[in-house]
Design a protein around this ligand. Structure first.
Ligand SMILES: O=P(O)(O)OC[C@H]1O[C@H](O)[C@H](O)[C@@H](O)[C@@H]1O
Length: 482
């Protein structure tokens, strides 16, 4: 079965991520494109380095081909933002990327993009799910065995020009190079460590940074569909090697991207992990203070409120949306925000693509170091002095289906809460249950839309309070971290 979550469709390979489901999804998208009369313009499709990603595109091509829809196939593993960029630049109505982003290696999935290169929003994905019912009815499997070689029907489609293999990497890179202050970086002789986490960012990142005359060092760059046995998600735990590397080689910055390069994680010059919340605050501060930009910021419900303080100090507004970049980018457009992002590690800036881009964000951070003339640790210290430190405790919990029902009943239906140690200002149920305290702190408990997890995040003025409020929820709901 194909169902969409926070960031596209994700499923376990061999369970739901199967040739049949991939082709049914391709059929549903074809039907939708036909109804909307945009089938004539074609669709762009890319893939990451996961197991079966390339094969999945070939299977999808067979369906689009049969439906007479042209496929622009980016036939080399690529970053998700490159596909979003292509959809935007070539004014296509649809694009697809085969990836399960930061999920464990046993997962794969498909992200669908719509006009402007945006993540398909809920209305669009619900619509696709409706077309899936029709696709179920009319789907006929292709009886050709694929084996190791591309199936004959695929080769035929390429020969007939229905599938066109393309490589738009240059367009994407030139676009980033044109908006980043490469001259400022050029003169600084930075040493940059890159950890693509076995994913797809290396070619793009190392090209941009080499053009800017940085010295590049890389780790974890080989193709490994098991991601070295770790999650391809940049966290403090997964970036320990990068941390050591940055210190050993005296790097100015360590940059890591997730499996499909739309998110990033950073190690500063002192070997400290910078959480996505810190990166987002830094870049907003940089745009306002050093580049003189003015405009609001958009963040998700589980992202630091220090952004609100930065916005206020520059006379700007901070907007809050549910978790999911589709909500962030829609709000950015509505409010003309200059930056938007999430604590899960994705951000974008006005003038760039409408989705998150770890490659662009990393390039902007390097620009920030060059233009400000400060080390990452120094900028972080400036921000701490002016706005206070970010103290967020984050926990993930696994659950059985009965437990899920029980937790949902308590939190979302009965709307019960543990006795809180701080005065409550308001409670929101827009996406999970978020409690806002009068002292500026907050806590949220919500079910992930990408993994079978309950996530609890808490931000308070003091680290001990963040931890204790998380624990309070944990005990009240009878959870065990895992
Ligand atoms: O907390 P989750 O529902 O798992 O979502 C975590 C993240 O997943 C994906 O990467 C989405 O694109 C993001 O927008 C989201 O923040």
């Amino acid at each position: 079965m194909v169902t969409f979550g926070t960031g596209g469709w994700r499923a376990i390979i061999g369970e739901d991520f199967t040739k049949e489901n991939i082709q049914k999804l391709a059929l549903a998208v074809s039907l939708k494109m036909k109804t909307e009369n945009v089938d004539g313009e074609g669709i762009v499709i890319g893939y990451d380095r996961r197991f079966l990603s390339k094969e999945a595109v070939i299977w999808a091509c067979e369906i689009f081909g049969k439906q007479g829809i042209k496929v622009y196939f980016v036939n080399r593993s690529s970053p998700t933002p490159l596909i979003m960029f292509y959809v935007m630049k070539h004014r296509l109505n649809y694009g697809m990327m085969v990836t399960a982003s930061h999920n464990p290696a046993i997962y794969n999935g498909i992200k669908v993009f719509t006009y402007g290169g945006r993540d398909a929003d809920e209305i669009q994905t619900q619509d696709i799910e409706k077309y899936l019912i029709e696709a179920e009815r009319i789907y006929e499997p292709d009886h050709e065995e694929s084996g190791q070689m591309p199936p004959a029907s695929y080769l035929e489609l390429v020969k007939n020009g229905v599938v066109e293999e393309i490589n738009p990497l240059n367009e994407y890179l030139d676009n980033i190079i044109s908006v980043i202050d490469m001259d400022a970086i050029r003169s600084r002789d930075f040493r940059v460590a890159i950890d693509p986490m076995y994913g797809v960012s290396l070619t793009a990142l190392s090209t941009i940074l080499s053009v800017a005359r940085c010295t590049i060092e890389t780790i974890n760059d080989q193709h490994d569909t098991l991601f070295g046995g770790k999650m391809p998600a940049p966290t403090e735990q997964t970036l320990r090697n990068l941390q050591n590397y940055v210190l050993d080689r005296y790097c100015d910055i360590g940059i890591a991207t997730d499996g499909d390069a739309d998110r990033l994680g950073v190690i500063d010059d002192q070997g400290r992990f910078l959480h996505a919340n810190n990166i987002l605050v830094m870049l907003y501060y940089y745009l306002l203070k050093y580049k003189g930009w003015r405009g609001p910021v958009v963040r998700s419900l589980s992202t630091t409120h220090v952004l609100d303080r930065v916005a206020e100090s520059f006379g700007q507004k901070c907007y809050e949306v549910p978790v999911g970049f589709k909500f962030v980018s829609a709000k950015m457009q509505e409010t003309d925000a200059i930056i938007g992002g999430e604590s899960s590690g994705g951000l974008t800036v006005k003038g760039h693509i409408h989705g998150k881009d770890g490659i662009y964000a990393a390039s902007l951070l390097v620009e920030m170091m060059a233009v400000s003339g400060k080390k990452l640790s120094e900028i972080a210290a400036d921000i701490r002095r002016e706005y206070g430190a970010i103290h967020i405790a984050e926990r993930d919990y696994r659950f059985t289906s009965e437990e899920k029902e029980r937790i949902n009943q308590i939190l979302m239906i009965d709307r019960k809460l543990p006795q809180m140690p701080f005065e409550i200002d308001k409670i929101s149920y827009i996406d999970g249950c978020k409690v806002y305290f009068k002292n500026g702190g907050w806590v949220i408990a919500r079910f992930s839309g990408t993994e079978p997890l309950l996530r609890i995040f808490c931000e308070m003025g003091a680290e001990a309070d963040s931890v204790s409020v998380c624990s309070l929820f944990e005990e009240y709901l009878g959870l065990q971290e895992g």
